[in-house]
Design a protein around this ligand. Structure first.
Ligand code: CA
Length: 246
């Protein structure tokens, strides 16, 4: 199903939330089952991890869109799991689910980078509403995706497999332009005009210098990667890494 961006876009997202994956990190089997079944009925995909270490592993492997995180967990506790997630990813919403309901705990959780804090016992309907709010905030125009790359337009951060990579201002603008036009060939002239500005007088060969540096940082190949060279024309951003195509 393809959604046109319109006034009803948010409403559609909250009804169908296509491909939204929720990671549940919780050691109590009953709660896991209750949450997972409830969320699946609402159309979300769920992944369950029963301790902190498995939760971290699942986070980096599964790349969920949102995390429900218990505080008291075997192997690695929730607050430490959150710290390690936030070291690599400041964007994915993380909601604490916890019986530790003191103010101090809530503040510690939020300071560490949790987006919300829900006290056990909670009602499923309330949790669902909070999840929808965070998805609405998260599925705005702030984040753009290309293969294993995500960029956040407001914070001007770029992530490869959830790990932040430092881009220069121009590299970021170049990547943003290509992602905004993914699937279409962008000519060197178009790129110069939009990324460097209409008054830029230099040779368009400057793009190749920036493109090489950008690809190196994104660890992607010029012929098969997510940003490919179209010889004699320009460049194209594409979701597939093309490893099986040639
Ligand atoms: Ca627990």
């Amino acid at each position: 199903m393809v959604f046109e961006k319109s006034d009803n876009f948010e409403a559609l997202i909250t009804c169908f939330h296509p491909d939204m994956k929720i990671l549940i990190v919780e050691d109590e089997q009953g709660i896991c089952r209750f949450l997972s079944e409830g969320l699946q009925e609402e159309g979300y995909e769920t992944v369950i991890a029963n301790d902190g270490a498995k939760g971290l592993e699942a986070f980096f492997e599964q790349k969920p869109d949102l995390v429900l995180l218990d505080w008291m967990l075997p192997t690695i506790d929730g607050i430490e799991v959150l710290k390690r997630i936030r070291d690599a990813d400041r964007v994915t919403p993380v909601l604490f689910l916890t019986a530790k309901d003191t103010v101090a705990n809530a503040v510690e959780g939020l300071r560490t980078g949790a987006n919300d804090y829900i006290k056990k016992p909670f009602s499923f309907d309330e949790l669902l509403e909070r999840i929808k709010v965070h998805f609405r905030n998260h599925t705005d125009d702030d984040n753009r995706f290309l293969g294993n790359v995500r960029i956040n337009v407001s914070s001007r951060q770029a992530f490869v497999d959830g790990q932040e990579v430092k881009l220069t201002m121009r590299e970021f603008d170049l990547l943003l332009y290509l992602i905004d036009h993914k699937g279409t060939v962008c000519t060197r002239d178009e790129i110069i005009r939009h990324v460097w500005g209409i008054k830029f007088q230099y040779d368009t060969g400057v793009i190749d210098v920036f493109m090489n540096s950008l690809r190196k940082k994104l660890m992607t190949d010029r012929d098969k990667g997510i940003i490919r060279t179209v010889r004699g024309v320009g460049f194209i951003a594409t979701e597939t890494d093309g490893k099986d195509e040639r």
